[in-house]
Write a protein that binds this ligand. Structure first.
Ligand code: GLU
Length: 467
């Protein structure tokens, strides 16, 4: 059997962490089995769906690299098809018009509550012989009243629901528009989806959807319901917990692979392995190994993973992502060292690309002030002289290489009988405005001759004017 999965977000907001994990698991399952992965935009709620959200979802999928084989399909393009199916269900006696007014439904509910019964539609219009004219009407699915629906859930195991627990749900509203359960069923059927992988907030819909599929004579797909993602306080992950939009993680300096790796471990495990390449994820992923219980989002662990990826990925790849962040700072990366060299110089110390861009920006543009504390500590009248001597020696260098530059600093320290720090620290502050930077040899090499010399000159002037 060829496998087809789908990710079916409603475009009512950005692509969030929970949605991205659902997308990833559906994508992995399709990839693992050489199947097809569909992106379906469930945009039938015209009031809440926005083009902006559609764009945000597409952007998130692209950034994560979760490419789809079919779609994006838009449910709003399928209204005729939904109408056709609603008609079919009416014609074959599996759906009926319901004329109950809001007031009637409310009093039905009040009565059931008073009798300590579960509120549900009581089937009043189910077998109407006479149809009132000119009354507003909805269409309800005629749910079987007997027997049970068994969901052989691939994550949660078998779930059995009695049909008498399910009332006749509305499949078309008074204006004729189809409801969620109907549109999902029609598309899953038409798109020949074999595996529905989605959040367990949909579990109550599943037996209803299975009943509709059965009424349509369509094959029932396999279902896998993924457990929730919780915030550190145990409540369902939401904006309150900080970043939950996938694109926010890009903005905060995460690599997409790090986020994918984090997401795959959020509710799935393979022994105690933490780091997975995409190929390994595809190879090892099994729905049977998805946890049954909810998992907790842990920002610290994500940050750790991000650092691992920054340190161990191909520096050219990291540089491509860094380039975006450098661009965000309004910096032209051609005004300084190759970004790949920047990555190699900074990757041990920077856990995010935002940190790396911030730490590296003054290799490209001038800083406008020195860090105050660094000045206090490292800029003394004596350091002005040290810098002047360094300037003279650097000015004579013909080969601007790390080891040569390092030698000059070390030799001057020796000549002046000073510790290395007494020379290297003022130099750092002079060239980058702060005392935090990679090794002095790498720093100067990356900065280049011209910037180094002009910044030392500037620092000498600055120190002269200090007192
Ligand atoms: N559109 C639904 C949602 O965003 C998902 C429907 C489904 O996966 O069946 O929650």
């Amino acid at each position: 059997m060829s496998i087809t999965t789908r990710f079916a977000p409603s475009p009512t907001g950005y692509l969030h962490i929970g949605g991205a994990r659902t997308a990833l698991f559906s994508w992995l399952y399709a990839r693992k089995h050489g199947g097809s992965f569909i992106l379906r935009i469930e945009d039938t709620d015209l009031e809440r769906s926005t083009q902006e959200s559609v764009n945000a979802i597409l952007e998130g999928m692209t950034w994560l690299g979760l490419e789809y084989d079919q779609g994006p399909f838009y449910q709003t393009h399928h209204f005729d098809r939904y109408k056709e199916i609603i008609r079919q269900l009416l014609d074959q006696g599996d759906a009926y018009y319901c004329y109950c007014t809001k007031e009637e439904l409310e009093s039905m509910r009040a009565e059931q509550m008073a009798n300590k019964e579960k509120p549900r539609y009581n089937g009043k219009c189910r077998d109407l012989k006479e149809h009132p004219q000119g009354r507003e009407r909805v269409v309800r699915f005629k749910n079987p009243t007997e027997g049970v629906v068994t969901i052989p859930d691939l994550v949660k195991g078998e779930i059995v629901v009695a049909n008498k627990e399910l009332d006749d749900l509305i499949i078309a509203r008074a204006d004729g528009s189809p409801t969620y359960n109907l549109t999902v069923v029609v598309d899953d059927m038409d798109m020949k989806v074999t595996h529905v992988i989605r959040g367990d907030d949909h579990i109550n819909n599943t037996p209803r959807q299975m009943n509709i599929l059965q009424a349509l004579g369509a094959p029932v797909p396999h279902y896998a319901h993924l457990p929730m993602i919780l915030g550190s306080d145990g409540a369902r992950l939401s904006k309150r917990h900080g970043a939950v939009s996938v694109m926010q993680f890009r903005d905060d300096g995460y690599l997409p692979e790090a986020l994918l790796n984090y997401l795959v471990r959020l509710g799935w495990s393979y022994g105690d392995q933490e780091i997975f390449s995409i190929d390994e994820m595809v190879e090892y992923f099994r729905l049977e190994d998805v946890n049954v219980s909810a998992s907790t989002f842990n920002t610290e662990k994500l940050l750790w993973l991000n650092h691992q990826y920054i340190m161990n990925s191909d520096p050219a790849h990291v540089a491509r992502h860094l380039s975006w962040h450098i661009g965000q700072l309004g910096i032209d990366p051609s005004e300084g060292p190759a970004l790949m060299d920047m990555v190699l110089a900074q990757r041990e110390r920077c856990k995010t690309l935002v940190d790396m861009a911030a730490a590296g920006q003054y290799f490209y543009i001038d800083f406008d002030h020195y860090d105050e504390k660094a000045v206090k500590k490292n800029f003394t009248q004596g350091s002005g002289e040290v810098l002047a001597k360094l300037y003279d020696r650097f000015a004579e260098v013909t080969s601007w290489e790390g080891d040569v530059l390092h030698q000059i600093v070390a030799k001057l320290a020796e000549d002046l009988g000073l510790g290395m720090g007494k020379v290297a620290q003022p130099l750092r502050v002079a060239v980058l405005g702060t005392s935090v930077s990679p090794g002095i040899d790498i720093t100067l090499k990356l900065l280049g001759r011209e910037k180094t010399l002009s910044r030392i000159r500037r620092a000498i002037e600055f120190i002269k004017n200090l007192n």
